[in-house]
Design a protein. Structure first.
Length: 317
């Protein structure tokens, strides 16, 4: 079995799954710079069981995105078994189980981080997924530092003897899912408890912070999420910084070219209302530009690629 978590050189630097963000265009623009592995937006095991069209579309990918790992969420072990079989059939390079999502639509149905309230069920779900994958693709898990009284160390104790390929820990609790700085201590502790690779999520918003995360936690890699918003090149900057101690910032014109290419990819892949998505990502790119508010107010109204090109020309003047 090929296993990107074990086979790729460490430390791993990769784009974490983000629902509503890591669509095909987003993944491909990040991959152009650097991401050791990629994930589509997570999908529901119930959606897979019932053959939801929306779920099928979310699982579409291109060969250039390999290694690509499908992340699944839900609460029923039997559906995890089926989902893992389906993920193998679809040709993915791994299956990842979500034990961290705080969103009500996931957690209120017993999935995501709510699963941490029943560690026996977590183990059952992992076992069912391992059985469904049947050694054909690696199985990994992603969680967060705590859910109510359950700390990630307890989760680690329950899963440490299982043949998993990776554990990714996000250093924020369920109660403050995305607020404030991430706590690296629970991630560092998880690394001491787990015999397979552990990756860290939540602090790596700059190359310096990525290095700090790796140095402090001793982890095998960092997962990037919001730090990539408008900066799809950050994975390469992190790799360069880790290898050489320096990195370069793309020029204004390079950034604008990437932004345009990203918009074109969204238009190509997301035929259903592409400009809703395009306006969102354009806002991220110009966020730190001088005069950002002005460009942003124009970009949130664009309806064609030509309109974006005109604004780009104006920014370059
Ligand atoms: C918009 C958004 C969607 C997310 N969706 C997922 C998801 O589907 N699966 C998952 O495991 N984590 C998801 N996350 C969590 C991220 O992967 C990451 O762990 C978290 O944002 C912390 O990293 P950061 O501080 O670098 O953003 C999401 C985060 C954001 C901001």
């Amino acid at each position: 079995m090929k296993n990107p978590w074990a086979d790729l050189p460490k430390p791993l630097v990769y784009l974490a799954p983000m629902s509503g963000v890591t669509n095909r265009a987003y993944r491909q623009i990040v991959k152009q710079f650097h991401s050791d592995v990629l994930f589509p937006e997570f999908v529901s095991i119930d959606g897979m069981h019932f053959g939801s069209e929306k779920t099928n579309v979310l699982l579409e990918y291109d060969e250039i995105e390999r290694p690509i790992i499908a992340q699944v969420f839900g609460a029923r072990p039997a559906y995890f078994f089926e989902a893992a079989q389906k993920v193998v059939e679809l040709g993915f390079d791994g299956v990842d189980i979500n034990f961290g999502c705080p969103a009500p639509k996931v957690a209120k149905n017993g999935g995501g981080c709510a699963l941490l309230g029943d560690l026996g069920l977590c183990r059952e779900i992992i076992q069912a997924t391992l059985d469904g994958a049947a050694g054909r693709i690696p199985v990994s898990v992603k969680t967060r530092m705590s859910f109510g009284k359950t700390h990630v160390r307890e989760f680690c104790r329950v899963i440490a003897d299982l043949p998993l390929a990776n554990l990714c820990v996000h250093g924020r609790p369920f109660e403050k899912p995305y607020l404030g700085s991430a706590n690296l201590d629970p991630i560092r502790e998880a690394k001491t408890l787990i015999p397979f690779p552990v990756t860290a999520s939540g602090h790596a918003h700059t190359p310096e912070a990525a290095k700090e995360t790796l140095d402090y936690t001793g982890c095998d890699g960092v997962a990037l999420a919001r730090g990539t918003f408008g900066k799809p090149w950050i994975g390469k900057q992190i790799k360069d910084y880790l290898e050489t101690g320096t990195y370069t910032e793309p020029t204004l014109s390079e950034k604008l070219n990437v932004m345009l290419e990203h918009a074109r990819l969204v238009e190509r892949y997301h035929t259903n209302r592409p400009f809703v998505e395009i306006r969102k990502i354009l806002g991220w790119y110009v966020r730190d530009f001088p005069n950002a508010a002005n460009y942003r107010s124009q970009l949130v109204r664009v309806n064609t690629i030509q309109e974006i090109e005109q604004i780009v020309t104006q920014i370059q003047k």
